[in-house]
Design a protein around this ligand. Structure first.
Ligand code: 3VV
Length: 227
C-alpha cells in the first residue's frame, strides 16, 4: 500500500528536488572551466528555464508553517530551507539537554579568503544556530546583537561542526554562545549573541503572573511552533 502526499506536499517535494539541483548548478557555475561558447549556450537555456518557473509565482518565500505531521517548518528559510537554493541547507539537531548542533559542509560557492569560507557566511550559520538554541529553550526571538571572533580559516569541502547553547535569560532577552569547529573540537569561529523576544510574541499576562515568551511568532493555525 502506498500513501499519497497531498497536492501541496507533492509540489513542495518537487521544489526541494529543484532547489538541490539548483545548488548543484551554483557549484558547477563556480567551478566550471568550459569555453565561452558553451557558457553562452548554457546561459540561454537557463534564461528559458527561469521564464518557465516565473510563469506562476508567489510574492514571498515559502512561509513559517505547520507541516501535515504537526511539526513547525520554514521551507523558504535562507539557511535551513529545503526549498531555498540559497540555504546550505543546514540540518539542525536539538539535544534533549538543550543546545543545538549541525554538521556543516561548506562548498566552493561559499569562498571568501583563499580556500576559506567567507566570514559573513560563517556568521549567518552561527546567527541561525544560536537563534535555534534560543528557540529550543522556549524563548524564540530575533537577533539583537551578534559578536563573532574569527580564530582560524574555515575550510570548505570538508565537514565542520556548529554548536550553540543558551547561557542566560532575563525578561525578553536571551543570550547564547556557539562555535564552528573542526570535528576534533578545534574552534575556528566563535559567536555570542543576544536574542530579543518581540513584545507581540509574549503570552498575555494573567493577573499575578510574570509575562512569558511563546516559542515564535503568534500562531496562525491555533497552536504554537513545536520546539
Ligand atoms: C526569524 C525568526 C523566526 C522565529 C521562528 C520561531 C521558531 C523557531 C525555529 C527555528 C529557529 C529560528 C532561529 C532564527 C535565527 C535567526 C534570527 C534572525 O536572523 S532575526 C533577523 C535579524 N534581527 C532582526 O531583524 C531584529 C530587528 N530588530 C527588532 O525587531 C527590534 O529591534 C527588537 C525586537 C530586537 C527589539 O525591539 P523592541 O521594541 O522589543 O525593543 P525594546 O523594548 O527597546 O528592547 C527590549 C530589551 O532588549 C534590549 N535590546 C533591544 N534591541 C537590542 C539590541 N539590538 N542589542 C542589545 N539589546 C537590545 C533593550 O535594551 C531592552 O532591554 P531592557 O529591557 O531595557 O533591559
Amino acid at each position: 500500500m502506498t500513501i499519497e502526499l497531498a497536492n501541496g506536499e507533492a509540489q513542495l517535494a518537487a521544489l526541494a528536488v529543484l532547489s538541490q539541483q539548483t545548488r548543484e548548478l551554483m557549484d558547477a557555475v563556480v567551478l566550471t572551466d568550459v569555453d565561452e561558447t558553451e557558457i553562452a549556450a548554457v546561459t540561454a537555456e537557463l534564461v528559458a528555464l527561469t521564464e518557465r518557473l516565473r510563469a506562476v509565482r508567489r510574492d514571498t518565500a515559502l512561509p513559517h508553517e505547520f507541516a501535515p505531521d504537526g511539526t513547525f517548518r520554514h521551507l523558504g528559510n535562507a539557511v535551513t530551507g529545503a526549498c531555498n537554493p540559497h540555504a546550505l541547507p543546514l540540518e539542525v539537531e536539538r539535544s534533549p539537554e538543550g543546545g543545538s548542533r549541525a554538521d556543516v559542509n561548506f562548498r566552493p560557492a561559499h569562498e571568501g579568503p583563499p580556500a576559506g569560507v567567507h566570514g559573513g557566511v560563517s556568521a549567518m550559520i552561527l546567527d541561525h544556530l544560536l537563534g535555534d538554541a534560543v528557540a529550543a529553550s522556549g524563548r524564540g526571538g530575533v537577533t539583537g546583537t551578534l559578536t563573532i571572533r574569527y580564530r582560524q580559516r574555515v575550510p570548505y569541502g570538508e565537514r565542520v561542526v556548529a554548536t550553540a547553547n543558551v547561557t542566560r535569560s532575563e525578561g525578553r532577552k536571551t543570550w547564547a554562545d556557539g562555535s564552528i569547529a573542526l570535528p576534533d573540537g578545534t574552534p575556528l569561529v566563535e559567536a555570542t549573541g543576544l536574542f530579543v523576544t518581540p513584545e507581540m510574541w509574549m503570552r498575555p499576562v494573567e493577573p499575578g503572573q510574570q509575562p512569558a515568551p511563546v516559542n515564535g511568532p503568534p500562531p496562525t493555525r491555533g497552536a504554537t511552533p513545536a520546539q
